[in-house]
Design a protein around this ligand. Structure first.
Ligand code: NZQ
Ligand code: ZN
Length: 381
């Protein structure tokens, strides 16, 4: 185990009716900008709860942060926020609204174009930000990450800023989620854990078992959610699983991490607009297959502990684990092949070209360069 300092400062406020506590955690006198997506919060009573809770504050609303938030939209929010001299932000929505608001929080204190900050990759000079989460998936409510898209250049890049000050997680807000967003959220949660787990065995028993605990939970709750997405306790477990999957807790002590699946997935979103969770369901089985030489021992551990695969040769066990993973994503309602989405070789070549041009190589061994990304995607045709 490597030396480490761990401090995740996000105050999690979780449970039924907790949006009413919003104002108790914002310093008095703040000028608050509240950010939203396209309007789902008006259909599920979240908006009215937020308005009621913030009655005592000067508020400005910014609407229209879209799925895969774009710099084009966020620039407008930054202009408005500067005009209104806002000094506190409340993001109300899914990962996209939260991520977009993270960039706004930095952009408000930056004189140039906020896309500069995305290209730099980080900025921690920010206006404080809180979140009201409505979609369990990204973990953005308890981490420093954001992913910002550029419509003009068809690019999608990660950006790191500060943690939210606090996040409100009321599982009842998820009751209105459409099935495809539930599928995205479950796949995203699952793959966040896999990116921090599926490398090599024997690094940390504890991190392995925490990771496997989340994987087991996601596999167990998925069919229960399909049966009844208004089951409060199950949705609460979904919400907490998603948060715990990407808030640092399963990566303590510097466990090796991968993230190649995410990076390839971002290109599929940037080029074709596929939802984030869906891209991961397509790519992950390919990453597992192509990296079976380096990941094989851990894939076998995963297959045994998550799917009960104990028989067969090494390759048969790896094949079976990949098959079970693919089946799981399909059981959520995702397609898992590029051809099913009408995506062909031109996209594969473009992803390869982009990775080569950027000189990137992802994965715990830095082996997923342009050529390997191409092989992974061809495996998923
Ligand atoms: O815009 P509205 O009308 O609110 O509708 C949203 C949106 O259309 C809808 N929705 C959200 N909550 C709802 C709801 N509909 C009904 N009932 C509710 N309770 O769902 C749609 C998708 O929302 P979005 O926020 O885009 O989804 P998600 O939370 O999956 O976020 C995806 C974005 O997060 C990034 C992704 O790349 C993508 O851009 N990620 C962020 C990460 C991070 N910050 O750490 C890590 C992830 O790996 C991921 O990359
Ligand atoms: Zn993700």
């Amino acid at each position: 185990m490597n030396n480490f300092i761990f401090q995740n400062p996000v105050k999690l406020i979780m449970g039924k009716g907790t949006i009413s506590e919003l104002a108790n955690h914002i310093p008095a006198g703040k000028r608050v900008m509240v950010t939203f997506g396209g309007g789902s919060v008006k259909k599920n009573n979240v908006y009215s709860q937020v308005v009621e809770a913030l009655k005592g504050f000067y508020t400005v609303e910014f609407w229209g942060i879209e799925a895969n938030p774009t710099i084009e939209t966020l620039r407008k929010a930054i202009v408005l926020g500067k005009e209104e001299k806002v000094d506190f932000l409340v993001a109300v929505g899914g990962g996209s609204v939260i991520d977009g608001t993270k960039l706004i929080s930095a952009g408000l204190l930056y004189d140039g174009d906020a896309w500069d900050l995305v290209l730099k990759g980080y900025d921690t000079n920010t206006v404080p930000l809180a979140t009201v989460l409505t979609l369990p998936a990204t973990g953005s409510e308890m981490n420093q990450g954001a992913v910002i898209s550029n419509m003009e250049t068809k690019e999608k890049f990660g950006f790191f800023s500060n943690y939210p000050v606090f996040s409100i997680l009321d599982p009842e807000t998820t009751f209105t989620l459409p099935d495809n967003q539930i599928a995205n959220g479950l796949a995203d949660t699952f793959v966040h854990v896999m990116e921090q787990y599926l490398t090599v065995p024997g690094v940390s028993r504890l991190m392995d078992r925490w990771a496997e605990g989340i994987l087991h939970t996601v596999v167990e709750i998925a069919p229960l959610i399909r049966k009844d997405k208004r089951n409060y306790d199950v949705m609460a477990e979904f919400m907490l699983s998603a948060t715990m999957a990407l808030n640092g807790f399963v990566a303590l002590g510097g466990v090796p991490q991968d993230w190649a699946t995410h990076m390839i997935g971002h290109e599929l979103t940037a080029l074709h607009g596929l939802s984030h969770g869906h891209t991961l369901a397509i790519v992950l089985p390919g990453t597992m297959n192509l990296l079976r030489a380096s990941k094989g021992d851990k894939i076998i551990q995963y297959g045994e502990r998550i799917w009960g695969i104990t028989e067969g040769t090494r390759d048969e066990r790896i094949d079976k684990a990949i098959e079970k993973t693919d089946e799981f994503f399909r059981s959520l309602g995702h397609t898992t092949r590029l051809s099913e989405e009408g995506i062909g070789m031109d996209t594969v070549e473009e992803v390869e070209r982009r990775f080569n041009e950027r000189g990137v190589a992802f994965g715990e061994n830095h082996s997923v360069n342009g050529e390997m990304a191409r092989k992974i995607l061809i495996d998923r045709m």
